[in-house]
Design a protein around this ligand. Structure first.
Ligand code: NAD
Ligand code: UGA
Length: 469
């Protein structure tokens, strides 16, 4: 007999937990889903009546919340009670890079995974399927099993048992609802066939069976790290080629198209840019490197380190290039930053390339005017310090937040496009150019601006991976 699944809990109401459970709830009306978090502000925001105030911005998410919330989708801080009522629990907590101690800067900090496992072991009742959705180092399922086993022993009067599965999430932000609704694959790793059937059965409500892959648990954990490493490696590869284009009069758009038309390579993930950002690529590759070093695979570790090195170099070379184009001096120059999110269609700024590029420009003394359609001043100040505050006594750089592109551009020396938001594609260049101090520049690190329109207005143009005009 299989396990009956009536109540599902997701621990962690972040960028994965919220959207994932919203999609699950919309396809499984007979199951009750509750997303829990220790952060009560986040839970309040998920319960907000005004759907524009949800903590995560994702196209299509508001519609799903409207459809399911308070019907079969709930958000709660009552972690213990919800765990005790659940037949299946997803772990969707954060797994950032450790910043102190053994493995600092590389290893994953599993504090939140361990804490959740302890809560589950204490409060779960009957048989509970525990599913790793967070991205974790290989062998984490073993740690979880150890914690669950131990609690079972000390409380021998209670009858409880657990099955641990790995079911990594592959959604990409800004596209999360589409990715979750129509996934390329669903990966389930584990040994308890009944539990795997149960989880696969839930997905079968909307995913074709041939897309649901079953593997051993360690392959599942490793496949997630490896997938992100492969994607990031493509971005570093194309970014490395962008630098050669700039020296050789080759055009990265043409090169990228030519490479991508080879079916063995494929055209996706070949857009050059200011370096990959986001909460995962950097940390997951660092985690992979740590694993390689742990298993004495120095050559493999070095290979993946190269992907991170190119990514950091891309950001530095953009800052240096801007300084050089602006006569080697940014002191008191006004530079407009268009985009602070790590990619378009998300309000997420974690590890955004904009952070390091802005810090580099501030270090040179620039006055930054920052505009992003979905990121507010408060969030930016977490990375750059408070507005108008002098960044460094030596160079006196500072930043302000602007509510529109035209407000930001007035009197500026340069505009730097860092996120490919759709609204940046339709800028009124004649008017913007008129309001800038000459000679002025447009630096496009996403190749999302119409170069001809810009040049017509008398602005100097630099596009990444393009030869200088
Ligand atoms: P997040 O920081 O947005 O959300 C994690 C949430 O977990 C936080 O709100 C935190 O308060 C909560 N939490 C931590 N410990 C808790 C506990 N003991 N009880 C209850 N709540 C707790 O993180 P995220 O972006 O949603 O990522 C979660 C995991 O999914 C990570 O491992 C990440 O690598 C992976 N992942 C992320 C993405 C993405 O696009 N963001 C995609 C695929 C996989
Ligand atoms: C990425 C993966 O695409 C997801 O499959 C994975 O689930 C997720 O990480 C995760 O584990 O967190 P995400 O970081 O949301 O998703 O966004 P991506 O679209 O992968 O973009 C990552 C970064 O690479 C962004 O800064 C983006 O601008 C950059 N990028 C992407 C490029 O510069 N060029 C490209 O061609 C593609």
């Amino acid at each position: 007999m299989g396990y009956k699944i009536k109540n599902i809990c997701c621990i962690g109401a972040g960028y994965v937990g919220g959207p994932t459970m919203s999609v699950f709830a919309s396809f499984c009306p007979d199951i009750k889903f509750t997303v829990v978090d220790i952060n009560s502000f986040k839970i309040d925001a998920w319960n907000e009546k005004d759907l524009s105030k949800l903590p995560v911005f994702e196209p299509g998410l508001d519609k799903l919340i409207k459809k399911c919330r308070s019907k079969n989708l709930f958000f709660s801080i009552d972690v213990e009670k919800i765990i005790s009522e659940s037949d299946l629990i997803f772990l969707s907590v954060n797994t950032p890079t450790k910043d102190k101690g053994l493995g600092a800067g590389k290893a994953s900090d599993l504090k939140w995974i361990e804490e959740s496992a302890r809560q589950i072991s204490k409060y779960a009742q009957g048989h509970t399927i525990v599913v790793e959705k967070s991205t974790v180092p290989v062998k984490t399922a073993h740690t979880i099993e150890e914690i669950l086993k131990y609690e079972k022993k000390v409380n021998s009067s209670e009858e409880k048992s657990f099955s641990v599965l790995s079911n990594p999430e592959f959604l990409s932000e800004g596209n999360a609802i589409k990715d979750l609704t129509n996934p390329d694959r669903v990966l389930i790793g584990g040994t308890d066939e009944k539990a795997i059937d149960c989880l696969a059965g839930i997905y079968l409500n909307w995913v074709k069976s041939e897309r649901i892959i079953r593997t051993n648990i360690w392959s599942s954990e490793l496949s997630k790290l490896a997938s992100n490493a492969f994607l990031a490696q493509r971005v570093s590869s194309i970014n490395s080629i962008s630098a050669i284009c700039e020296r050789t009069e080759a055009d990265i758009r043409q090169v990228s198209m030519a490479i991508g038309m080879d079916k063995r390579i494929g055209s996706k993930f070949l857009n050059t840019g200011p370096g990959f950002g986001g909460s995962c690529f950097q940390k997951d590759i660092a985690n992979l490197i740590y694993l390689c070093e742990f298993y004495n695979l120095e050559q493999v570790a070095k290979y993946w380190q190269g992907v991170l090195d190119i990514n950091n170099w891309q950001k530095t070379r953009i800052v240096n290039l801007i300084v050089n184009k602006l006569f080697g001096n940014l002191s008191s120059k006004k530079i407009v930053i268009l985009g602070f999110a790590f990619k378009a269609n998300t309000n997420d700024t974690r590890n955004s390339s904009s952070i390091e590029i802005c810090q580099g420009l501030l270090e040179e003394g620039a006055k930054l005017s920052i505009f992003d359609p979905k990121v507010d001043a408060e969030k930016i100040s977490l990375y750059l310090g408070s507005q108008e505050k002098i960044h460094s006594k030596r160079t006196k750089g500072s930043w302000t937040f602007c509510h529109s592109i035209s407000e930001a551009a007035s009197g500026s020396d340069a505009i730097l496009v860092l996120t490919e938001w759709n609204e940046f594609k339709n800028i009124d260049w004649p008017n913007i150019s008129k309001s800038m101090r000459k000679p002025s520049w447009l630096f496009d690190t996403r190749l999302c601006i119409d170069e001809k329109e810009v040049i017509k207005t008398g602005l100097n143009y630099w596009g990444i991976g393009r030869s200088p005009n």
